[in-house]
Design a protein around this ligand. Sequence first.
Ligand code: UDP
Length: 493
Amino acid sequence: MEKNTSSSSSAAHVLIIPFPAQGHVTPMLSLAKLLSFSGVFTTFVNTESIHRRLSVSSDLTDRRRLRFRAVPDPLTGGADEELDFSSKFIKLQESMRSCSTEAYKKLLLTEELAGEWPPVTCVIADGILDYAIEVAGEVGIPTLVFRTSSPCCAWAFASLPSLIHHGIIPFPAECDMDEIVKGVEGMEGILRRRDLPSFMRMVKSTEDNYIKLMNGFNSKLIIGKAIIFNSFDALDPTILPIMSSYYPPIFTIGPLHLLTKFFNISNEKEQEQEPGKNPCSSSLRQEDRACMTWLDNQPDKSVIYVSFGTVTVMSPEKFIEFWYGLVNSGHRFLWAVREDMVKGKQEMEVTKEMEEGTKERGCMVEWVPQKEVLAHRAVGCFLTHSGWNSTIEGMVAGVPMICWPDLVDQMVNSRFVSDVWRIGLDMKDTCDRNIVERMVREVMEGEIALELRSSAARMADLARKSVEENGTSRVNFDSLVSYIKSIELPRGS
Ligand code: UDP
């Protein structure tokens, strides 16, 4: 049965458009399901290749209030591969604008929709999808911005002008990376230089491309009518009120995968599903379920689950350090190693020690059903790159973390995991095998392990409470639905 929320209009139609990457599609798809379940007509727009990949694991047939559409892919590859991260990202944005705008505009403006579908009344656009926000503005459709990073990271980004003002950025040539930085309101005494978003390390001058990139992220936050985060209020009691004083209304409605469970969306749709497809899945890769059987055969809280997310690429040397560290710790481990994660792995020398230690206590697969893995009773630690989805999934599961951040927002998240939320250790900027081994032992054995486990359990409890009846995220989600339903059609239709 569909949820009956108090509404001022039954004709709300939201178009949701994520940046084409796993970590963006997952939370925004959860939101799409929740909104359609709450009576809002919802169109979910992917690029064609993401749509194709998603349709392997997920049922993308149209439902009464949820439909899936696709816009053409950006042109990537070729000479662009040689560019640095910021130039590549800026070119990708330009390519999306030129390839997808026409199809996107059509979806925004077409009024001859099948059945009872009303015209689009608002857009929820990914905060880093420039063209989607701008085009919606041009055609006069109100836009809400979904920022898939953590609020603390979005705020660190937003503090760029202040960091420049305080002389923190660009980093001086010979600087102390452990020095606490000034310039991020509400994070005084928390962030060191090395904890700032990774782009900030690359900036050579205030004219740099990276500044352009960060300013782009920031300007999108204030353009929209509201900002949505996959987070919950108890995580950021200091920063959220500060952000709220600068920005449009902020809706923290996470953890979204827990909220969808609370609404029982998976069960409701089960009978309508195509066979073999999981109503809850948003995976863009084939999950290897053999690892679940392997986990079933391990003792409680004995396994370190290792994953570096969907984007991180590492050298064979770093990979070997992690591998040795895990093997030398003597603990069991399950490692998700994407086939494109180690650059130059053909030249990597796998020693007998690594092979035997893995055969005895390890399991390596390409891609796992991560939320299920984290919830498994055998998992006792999460060695993670601190992507925001992984971080919040680890919190929900109550599993202590070892953080090895690599890019962008992960630097801030890992600092908060270790020094603010105190549910893990931050291994940032090193992966020496002895340090990996030591940290694994600390999180799995002895005093520190006990402390981390109990604070991780407390965090899981806070996350769960936030989506229960009267919980903050639950209340915020209901307000978001009412807000969306109250938006008037601006086009004189
Ligand atoms: N993930 C997964 N299986 C894997 C590795 C990752 O399902 O083997 C999912 C994970 O559950 C998370 C997403 O991929 O939802 C990664 O998102 P995150 O924001 O943590 O990292 P990023 O995509 O930025 O690397």
